[in-house]
Design a protein around this ligand. Structure first.
Ligand SMILES: Cc1cc2nc3c(=O)[nH]c(=O)nc-3n(C[C@H](O)[C@H](O)[C@H](O)COP(=O)(O)OP(=O)(O)OC[C@H]3O[C@@H](n4cnc5c(N)ncnc54)[C@H](O)[C@@H]3O)c2cc1C
Length: 339
């Protein structure tokens, strides 16, 4: 088994680990050495060129079980190492509605609560009813309800926190051949429906997969634009005063895309900021660069290093800050490296 972590990350970057172990059951995960780094699909991590100076445990426990079947809903327990997209495909085939817009997201089911995975108007916080974890500080196994998970935009109590090891996740899905109401404009347009309409589950999945593929957001070994962590930066959420200051600095650029949040905050588009600061699709030369299909994806074109990728990320972050006064934050977890 290779101990270069580049073999286990979608960026194809990262140095060696001292040791790599594979856990194929929850019990094996529970026995992970203290201080080991938990790695699943490797689609949301940037690992430093120095690798990891300890043990890396690969999450590979599999299984999807119906825990409760009721007239209108079904609750499924998914082992952490299951492929997330496999779970979505199974749900769509089984007539279980609520995660169809999360089609095509790489990685494992157990990592979905970590950053409250979301896309095209859905996020897992809406369907997760329980997360079974090991509390690594006490050695106890616990069942955490959604209210304890602190779910927020691309965040939860689990993110940037080694305390919890996710063993399995419960999702409650509606028994329906139709999708949840479509909430995302671009998806509604692709499906030829209005916001709030429902469509057959398979149609929602197919439309999302097609939209994602067009942006290089479905892993494809033949498409170098998919050698990424997906979005490298989260969309900044600005307080009212910071939003006004940003609007002044962006005045001549027309109406920037934005989404109002609760408490007066406004979420702005990181892709728009990056593009308007001069970092357009395909930017970069050599081994790393911005995807030719999506401004938010930083890609490894081959033969590069994490140091080069992070130099590019810094250049973009600093360029956006200089132009608009807005600070971008990375979405992936940085392991043994920093921005
Ligand atoms: C092409 C592409 C498109 C993407 N699109 C999206 C998108 O649309 N929406 C979105 O939200 N994300 C997206 N992502 C990011 C990524 O796919 C998700 O965050 C995914 O959930 C990460 O899963 P993983 O198994 O690969 O996690 P990893 O990358 O292996 O791990 C990520 C973090 O979670 C921790 N972790 C993983 N498993 C466990 C566990 N069982 N217990 C405790 N900690 C754990 C790791 O230690 C690490 O800190 C995309 C990535 C790529 C490459």
């Amino acid at each position: 088994m290779p101990d270069s972590l580049s073999a286990y990350t979608t960026l194809g970057l990262g140095g060696r680990a001292q040791r790599v172990l594979i856990a194929t059951s929850a019990d094996e995960l529970v026995q992970s050495p203290a201080n080991s780094f938990i790695l699943a699909g490797g689609s949301n991590v940037v690992v430093g060129d120095g690798g990891y100076p300890g043990t890396v445990v690969l999450v590979r426990n599999r299984g999807v079980k119906v825990r409760e079947a009721e007239a209108e809903t079904v609750t499924v327990t998914v082992e952490a190492g299951e492929s997330w997209d496999g779970v979505v495909a199974q749900a769509v085939e089984s007539g279980w509605s609520g995660i169809e817009c999360l089609s095509g997201i790489p990685g494992s089911a157990g990592a979905t609560p970590i950053q409250n995975v979301g896309a095209y108007g859905q996020e897992v916080a809406e369907t997760i009813t329980a997360v079974r974890v090991l509390d690594r500080t006490t050695g106890e196994r616990l069942v955490m309800g959604p209210e304890e998970c602190g779910f927020a935009y691309r965040a939860s109590v689990f993110k940037h926190n080694d305390r919890w090891l996710v063993l399995s996740v419960d999702f409650r899905l509606a028994r329906s051949p139709e999708s949840a109401p479509v909430r995302y404009g671009e998806l509604a347009r692709a499906l030829g429906v209005e916001i709030g309409d429902r469509v057959p589950l398979a149609d929602a999945r197919a439309a999302v997969l097609a939209l994602r593929a067009g942006k290089g957001m479905v892993l494809d070994p033949a498409d170098p634009d998919t050698r990424s962590v997906g979005s490298f930066f989260t969309n900044p959420v600005l307080e009212a005063a910071a939003y006004s200051a940003f609007r002044e600095r962006a005045a001549e650029l027309g109406e920037p895309p934005s989404w109002p949040g609760s408490g007066g905050v406004v979420k702005v588009s990181a892709a728009w900021l990056i593009d308007r600061a001069g970092f357009t699709k395909g930017y970069g030369s050599g081994t790393v660069g911005i995807s030719t299909k999506h401004t938010l994806a930083l890609t490894h074109r081959g033969g590069g290093s994490t140091a080069e990728l992070l130099d590019l990320a810094r250049e973009i972050r600093d360029g956006v800050k200089d132009r608009f006064g807005v600070t971008l934050h990375p979405e992936p977890v940085l392991v043994n490296c920093e921005l």
